[in-house]
Design a protein around this ligand. Structure first.
Ligand SMILES: CC(C)(COP(=O)(O)OP(=O)(O)OC[C@H]1O[C@@H](n2cnc3c(N)ncnc32)[C@H](O)[C@@H]1OP(=O)(O)O)[C@@H](O)C(=O)NCCC(=O)NCCS
Length: 201
């Protein structure tokens, strides 16, 4: 049985280290904010013991407004592609909603995991860049965690994507037309192609 829970940094360091910086000193995955009271750590536990997935939210800002920075998302190698990461992120959304702490969430995501975040409502807001030991990365933003909490579905807003790059700027004037195209796309059953990313209206 898998349980999603809030946890403490010490419980997830081993998994962070194993997945995100194998072979490097564990200090690489210890963040100065880990022990701050406002920082939130989440974990998926197998049989209520072993941590098989983790993620951390650190208080931050986005364009001067309060935001969260998501860091160190990791699923144990043998447990990937089973929906555990998605489940943990949804648990996190519910927790934020219940505690009235819904804010934009940004992250410097590995390009290799950008699709995972896109499926959950983030979109790319930067060019790709080299990010030290994390490798090729891109900054991703999710504006509002409230809509998807507990939802198994797909929100309809979308903009065109071309090989992972936005064709349209989500903040431009076409925004009002996007739900229509998103709806159409969904009706055509094309959700899984990753051609659309979500925006909040
Ligand atoms: C990115 C990462 C955390 C995702 O965790 P995960 O537990 O594998 O995530 P999920 O299983 O929920 O989703 C992963 C994929 O499986 C699919 N999936 C979801 N539920 C599924 C299920 N029940 N069965 C099969 N596949 C499923 C998802 O749609 C997703 O597909 P896509 O991203 O290729 O479109 C994990 O791959 C990982 O740890 N990667 C290495 C470290 C890393 O890159 N971390 C991110 C740092 S920015």
């Amino acid at each position: 049985m898998i349980t999603f829970t809030k946890t403490i940094a010490d419980h997830i360091l081993k998994l962070r280290h194993q997945v995100l910086r194998p072979g490097l000193p564990i200090a690489e995955v210890i963040f100065p904010e880990d022990q701050d009271q406002e920082t939130r750590h989440y974990g998926a536990l197998e049989q209520q013991r072993e941590v098989i997935c983790c993620v951390t939210l650190i208080p931050s800002t986005w364009h001067g407004e309060p935001a969260w920075r998501l860091r160190a998302m990791a699923t144990a190698p043998g447990r990937r592609n089973q929906g555990i990461g998605t489940g943990l992120i949804r648990y996190m959304f519910v927790d934020l909603q219940e505690s009235n702490q819904t804010r934009p969430i940004w992250s410097n995501a590995r390009v290799s995991s950008a699709r995972f975040y896109r499926e959950l409502g983030w979109w790319e807001v930067s060019e790709k860049f080299e990010n030290g030991n994390a490798g090729l990365s891109v900054t991703m933003l999710r504006k509002d965690a409230s809509h998807w909490a507990g939802s198994g579905g797909w929100n309809i807003q979308g903009i065109g994507m071309n090989d992972g790059q936005s064709i349209l700027d989500p903040s431009n004037s076409l925004q009002g037309k996007l739900p229509f195209y998103g709806c159409l796309w969904k009706k055509m059953g094309l959700r899984r192609l990753g051609l659309f990313t979500r925006i909040d209206l």
